[in-house]
Design a protein around this ligand. Structure first.
Ligand code: NAP
Length: 259
């Protein structure tokens, strides 16, 4: 399917690997010129080089911490204006509900709620002026079903979801579609680190922890970043213009619900 976005300009945050990279690759395959971001200069530069070489689009790497005002300013300066925005950042650490103090919550809310809101506030007005835009926020399945060890994520991402529910309806009339994708368990480094943490907590090996977590998914496997990216690219397509304020759950059927 031609997604109709060749020549558009996009920003994908936290994209040197994992789900962000999956989104960047799928958008590049659809012909979108990109600015991509991560903190580690070498990794994001290599990723930009690889994606540009593979898909023949322009890819500009920006090494910056997207969760800080300085990092966002650096990224936004490189972007100028964007037609497509994919927000993403690292997830907060696991723990239990009594572990976290105010500073922990502020850090998580900054990274996984306020950063996405700040980026939308910076780039969506320009999209509205030009009459076309697409925003995808990478959140988490924790928005639909809380993960016991990820209380910080449960909290911050639900706040972002509430913001998007209201804001997406206010910008839709200007041709801007804002949606969230909710990853369940995906085969990325984040999954490996959560497997390792679960293994330590339960006194089992990381491989056993992974097997137990996979057994909770009807597909029997973790999701792949490439499939995640394809869903993101579709939400950024011309064809997605009637999809507004939705929360697309990509979890292999793990959440046992009817709607
Ligand atoms: P990942 O494989 O660990 O990749 C994280 C990417 O984000 C890397 O490119 C990393 O590069 C970059 N990054 C991290 N913190 C950043 C920051 N402050 N500023 C800029 N870039 C940053 O993680 P992932 O699995 O793709 O997860 C992406 C998001 O989805 C996370 O918020 C995660 O919690 C959420 N999620 C993942 C899963 C899953 O199963 N994978 C499930 C639910 C939710 P640098 O380290 O160089 O910055």
């Amino acid at each position: 399917m031609d997604l109709g976005i060749r020549g558009k300009r996009g920003l994908v945050c936290a994209a040197s690997k994992g789900l962000g990279r999956g989104c960047a690759e799928a958008l590049a395959e659809a012909g979108v010129d990109l600015v991509i971001n991560a903190r580690t200069s070498e990794a994001i530069t290599q990723t930009a080089y690889d994606i540009a070489a593979k898909y023949g689009v322009q890819v500009t790497p920006v090494a910056a911490d997207i969760t800080t005002p300085e990092g966002r300013a650096k990224v936004l300066e490189a972007v100028g204006q964007a037609d497509i925005l994919v927000t993403n950042a690292g997830g907060p650490p696991p723990g239990t509900w009594t572990d976290w103090d105010r500073d922990d919550f502020i850090r998580a809310i900054d990274a996984n709620m306020l950063t996405a809101i700040a980026l939308m506030q910076a780039l969506v007005p320009g999209m509205m002026e030009r009459g076309w835009g697409r925003v995808v926020n990478i959140t988490s399945a924790a928005v639909r079903s809380p993960v016991p060890v990820l209380g910080l994520s449960n909290t911050a991402r639900t706040g972002l979801t509430g913001f998007v529910a209201g804001m997406s309806r206010q910008v839709a009339g200007s041709g801007v579609c804002v949606n969230n994708i909710l990853p369940g368990l995906h085969a990325t480094d984040r999954a490996v680190s959560l497997d390792t943490a679960a293994a330590a907590q339960q006194g089992i090996t990381p491989a056993e922890a992974a097997a137990r977590r996979k057994a909770t998914i009807p597909t029997g496997s973790y999701g792949e970043a490439a499939d995640f990216g394809a869903a993101c690219a579709f939400l950024c397509s011309q064809q997605a213009r009637f999809i507004i304020g939705q929360n697309l759950l990509l979890d292999g059927g793990a959440l046992n619900v009817t709607v």
